[in-house]
Ligand binder design. Structure first.
Ligand code: UDP
Length: 346
C-alpha cells in the first residue's frame, strides 16, 4: 500500500486554506493543517492531521516538519485585512513577514525545499485599467500588500541563494464555497462584497452599501476579477505538482481575466437567490481602485490553469448554499421560520 505524501498547509483552517486541504486530499496527498485558529475554524480541519501552532514559533514549526516530513509547504497563514493593516502595520509585518521568515528558516533546517505562497493582487497597488500582468508588480499601497510583496522578494532571493523553490500565487477576488457546503467564507468582521450582500439578504447586515457609484466604469461601480475558491485551490495543486517535477518557481496571477462591477455582482445574486439585496449607497471606500482585473495568461500557459467554477451563477449558488448553513437567517425571518417549523411539528 502506498502512503500518501504529506504537504504542510499553514493557515489550513482558513477559507482558502481549507479548500486547498480538501483539494490536496482529493489529489492523493495528506494535508497537514498547521494553524493557531486566530482567524481559522476548527471545524474546517477535515482532510488530514492538525498541528496547532503559530508560524512565528520556529520550534513548533520545526517539530511539525520533523514529525510529518512534508514534501512541500503551502503557506496561507497571514492577516489579510487592508484597513487593519493601515491602522496596525506592526501586526502585519510581524505576522506576515517575520512569520514567513521563521517558516523559511525551519524549512531550510528540515531540508524541505518546495513552497507555494499565498500572495495577492494587492501587490499591484493602483494598477492601470487594463488587465494586470505579473511584470506590472511592485507598488503596493497598504501594509498588507507590502507584506506580501516583501515575502515575494524574500522568496526570489531564497530561490537563488538556497535553492528553495517557490511559486507565489497572486489571488484576485476569491469567492464562492465548496459544493459540499462544508466550508466557505466566515470572517469576523466580514468586509467582502459577496458575503456582505448575502448577510444583508439574511438580515445580518442592515447597513450593506455599494461603496462608490461614481467610478469611471460602465455603471459607475468598481470592477473586480472574481475567482471561485475551488478554482484557486486547484491552481495550488497545479503549482505544487510543477515544483515537484523540478520547476524552480515564480509568480502567477490567479484570476479569470473577466471583470464584473459591484452592480453586476448584485444582479447575479438577485437572480440566483430570487430576491433583491437590500442596498444603500455610500461614498467610495478609501484605497479602492476603479478596476482590478488579472491577465491570467501566464498561469493558463505554464500551469495549464483553467477556471471551472468561476462563472457568476456557480459563485452565487455555492456561496448562498454555504451562507444559509453558516449564518442562519435572523429575526424576523428566523422567527417566522421557527413558527412555521413548530406548526409543522405540532
Ligand atoms: N464593496 C461594496 N460594498 C461592500 C463591500 C465591498 O460596494 O459592502 C465593493 C468594494 O468597494 C470593491 C468591491 O466591492 O469595489 C469588492 O470589494 P471586496 O471587499 O469584496 O474585495 P477587494 O476588491 O476590496 O479585495
Amino acid at each position: 500500500m502506498s502512503v500518501a505524501k504529506s504537504v504542510m498547509v499553514t493557515g489550513g483552517a482558513g477559507y482558502i486554506g481549507a479548500h486547498c486541504c480538501k483539494a490536496l486530499f482529493e489529489a492523493g496527498f495528506n494535508p497537514v493543517c498547521y494553524d493557531n485558529f486566530s482567524t481559522g475554524h476548527r471545524e474546517f480541519v477535515k482532510w488530514g492531521p492538525l498541528v496547532e501552532g503559530n508560524v512565528r514559533d520556529r520550534d513548533r514549526v520545526t517539530s511539525a516538519l520533523r514529525e510529518h516530513n512534508p514534501i512541500a509547504v503551502i503557506h496561507f497563514a497571514a492577516f489579510s485585512l487592508v484597513g487593519e493593516s493601515m491602522s496596525d502595520p506592526q501586526k502585519y509585518y510581524q505576522n506576515n513577514v517575520v512569520g514567513t521568515l521563521m517558516l523559511l528558516q525551519a524549512m531550510r533546517e528540515a531540508r524541505c525545499s518546495n513552497l507555494v505562497f499565498s500572495s495577492t493582487g494587492a501587490v499591484y497597488g493602483n494598477a492601470d485599467d487594463k488587465p494586470i500582468r505579473e511584470t506590472d508588480a511592485g507598488v503596493p499601497i497598504n501594509p498588507y500588500g507590502h507584506s506580501k510583496w516583501m515575502v515575494e522578494q524574500i522568496l526570489r532571493d531564497y530561490r537563488a541563494a538556497y535553492g528553495l523553490k517557490s511559486f507565489s500565487l497572486r489571488y484576485f477576488n476569491a469567492c464562492g464555497a465548496d459544493a459540499s457546503g462544508l466550508i466557505g467564507e466566515m470572517r469576523e468582521p466580514e468586509t467582502h462584497l459577496i458575503p456582505r450582500a448575502m448577510m444583508a439578504l439574511q438580515g445580518h447586515a442592515a447597513d450593506f452599501a455599494i461603496f462608490g457609484s461614481d467610478y469611471p466604469t460602465a455603471d459607475g461601480t468598481a470592477v473586480r476579477d472574481y475567482i471561485h475558491v475551488t478554482d484557486l485551490a486547484a491552481a495550488h495543486i497545479l503549482a505544487l505538482k510543477r515544483l515537484l517535477s523540478g520547476d524552480v518557481g515564480g509568480s502567477f496571477n490567479l484570476g479569470t481575466g473577466n471583470g464584473y462591477s459591484v452592480r453586476e455582482i448584485l444582479s447575479a445574486i438577485n437572480a440566483g437567490v430570487g430576491r433583491p439585496v437590500p442596498v444603500l449607497k455610500k461614498d467610495r471606500r478609501p484605497g479602492d481602485p476603479a478596476i482590478l482585473v488579472a491577465d491570467p495568461t501566464a498561469a493558463f500557459e505554464t500551469l495549464m490553469f483553467r477556471p471551472k467554477c468561476s462563472d457568476l451563477a456557480t459563485i452565487v449558488r455555492t456561496a448562498w448554499g454555504w451562507h444559509q448553513k453558516a449564518h442562519p437567517m435572523k429575526a424576523p425571518e428566523a422567527r417566522a421560520q421557527e413558527r412555521l417549523s413548530s406548526l409543522a411539528d405540532s
